[in-house]
Ligand binder design. Structure first.
Ligand SMILES: Cc1cc2nc3c(=O)[nH]c(=O)nc-3n(C[C@H](O)[C@H](O)[C@H](O)COP(=O)(O)OP(=O)(O)OC[C@H]3O[C@@H](n4cnc5c(N)ncnc54)[C@H](O)[C@@H]3O)c2cc1C
Length: 458
């Protein structure tokens, strides 16, 4: 970096980390394994003016800028070679207003940290299925989690945001102030600036019935699991991972490596009604493991292993139905792969998420029925190239009528797949808003929406 560029960072309150510093290797590590990028500088910003300074530095030097909250980008966009990483992890302030049921949260918080704090007042926002995911990335992309059918996407509870745009200006946006920008950041990802604070609506979610249930993965059990998930009360959201049973201590040894549904169930409501809703899942087959029980909502996020950095290759899609033929197809593909771990993750959507009009936010897949993730997890980087074609073939075979994709589950898959995340009018509106707030595409290390050239799309 030039002396001038370094001087520009001298006024930063947060920590500035450069190659050779003791914290450098830890600070450049992201969740995804096999990523070994060496930024020129990592700035752990402490406040909005730090953010403006870092944005100005990127603008003035032309160096690539990676923005990071929880570091779980599936495309590893949150770290960059020879560029600047703006890391929000030290901005974790959180105020809960229990009376008004709102929260004001800095975007360096993780889903688990937020969820634990809000639970002290018996309140919650739905994020995803993993506690270490940053609220920054998951919220900006939409947010599909354990409360999706009951309360909708994370963005359906976003009331306002503070965001520093490419010109360094701080905007406070909500439905009245900057409604275009507020619309765009509810699904449009990191394209429009650095979000430093979110205000959320909170819901009363104290006790739940939830946890993991492992069932044998026969075609009948898979189809019935999905049918039950679709017919269940909206309080219940399920995630069915069809995969080989991992050799975990709580899984009986005779099942290790056999195909199972590693299901996560969460009923956000009264315990008795929850037990009633979950009983039919227990009756599908004798569960191999049954850890579903009454508890508190944060228990859906067991502690994450910080040293876990999976080498994963994945494809996301939406499908309309899982009938016998689809279940057979899932079992055939999973049986044919030699990846040490492989999965078809099935999430039944609908409920509150589907009642929001499609055009209300930049998340355009409100009517999609089931979200699927096909993934292979490898042990060595050189295996990735071998398993990637299996993943794309599996996803292609699963494809039905829905051509969409969920932006937060995209890897680095090229512009056509970003367009799949933002179909039709959603794309046009996003590209026009991008042109207004980021005409030079400063924020481009993301599932990128280039600024429109102002001409109507053909
Ligand atoms: C193990 C795992 C489980 C997951 N489970 C779910 C799930 O259940 N539901 C779901 O919806 N998603 C899920 N995801 C996807 C997740 O929502 C996205 O990967 C998300 O982008 C991660 O956010 P992050 O802040 O942790 O990541 P980061 O890598 O820090 O950020 C990802 C991208 O978001 C943008 N960004 C992040 N923070 C900001 C900010 N403050 N301002 C501007 N731009 C920002 C940047 O473009 C960045 O490249 C999961 C991902 C993983 C790895």
């Amino acid at each position: 970096m030039s002396t001038q560029a370094l001087a520009d960072l001298s006024g930063v309150t947060g920590q500035v980390i450069r190659p050779g510093d003791a914290d450098y290797d830890r600070a450049r590590t992201v969740f995804l394994g096999g990523v070994d990028r060496r930024p020129a500088v990592i700035v752990r910003v402490a406040n909005n003016s730090d953010v403006s300074r870092v944005v100005a530095l990127a603008r003035d030097t032309g160096m690539p800028l990676a923005v990071r909250s929880g570091g779980h980008s599936g495309a590893a966009y949150s770290v960059v070679d020879d560029g600047i990483v703006l890391d929000l992890a030290d901005m974790r302030a959180l105020q809960i207003d229990a009376e008004r049921r709102t929260a004001s949260a800095e975007t360096g918080l993780t889903a688990a940290e937020f969820t634990k704090a809000a639970d002290a007042d018996g309140l919650a926002v739905g994020f995803g299925d993993t506690g270490s995911v940053g609220i920054g990335g998951i919220t900006l992309g939409g947010g599909v989690g354990y409360l999706v059918r009951k309360y909708g996407l994370t963005i359906d509870d976003l009331l306002a945001a503070d965001i520093v745009t490419a010109d360094g200006e701080l905007h406070h946006v909500d439905a009245e102030a900057g409604p275009d920008l507020f619309w765009a950041i509810r699904g449009g990802g990191g394209n429009f600036g650095v979000a430093t604070r979110f205000q959320y609506r909170l819901h009363p979610v104290g006790a739940i019935v939830g946890g993991m249930m492992m069932l044998p993965a026969t075609a009948d059990v898979i189809t019935s699991f999905i049918a039950l998930s679709e017919a269940a009360p909206e309080e219940l959201s399920t995630i069915g991972n069809v995969m080989p049973a991992p050799p975990m201590p709580f899984v009986p040894a005779e099942h290790h490596g056999k195909l199972v549904i590693f299901a996560m169930l969460c009923y956000a409501g009264a315990v008795e009604a929850g037990e009633r809703a979950i009983a039919p899942f227990r009756a599908l087959a004798t569960p191999i493991v049954d850890m579903v029980k009454p508890g508190r909502y944060p228990e859906m996020y067991p502690p994450d292993d910080e040293s876990y950095h999976p080498l994963a290759t994945s494809r996301t899609l939406f499908i309309d139905k899982v009938d016998r033929g689809v279940a057979d197809l899932i079992l055939e593909h999973l049986s044919a792969s030699t990846a040490p771990m492989r999965v078809a993750q099935l999430r039944v959507l609908g409920g509150a998420m589907a009642r929001v009009p499609v055009e209300a936010t930049a998340f355009a897949h409100r009517r999609s029925r089931i979200m699927v993730n096909c993934a292979a997890i490898c042990e060595r980087p050189e295996e990735m190239a071998m398993h990637a074609p299996w993943v794309t073939g599996f996803a292609a075979a699963m494809r039905q009528s829905d051509a969409g994709a969920y932006v937060n589950f995209l890897a680095e898959e090229g512009p056509a797949r970003v367009r799949a995340a933002y179909p039709g009018a959603t794309w046009d509106r996003l590209a026009a808003i991008k042109r207004r707030y980021d005409p030079t595409n400063l924020f481009r290390l993301n599932q990128n929406i280039p600024p429109s050239d102002g001409r109507p799309e053909r």
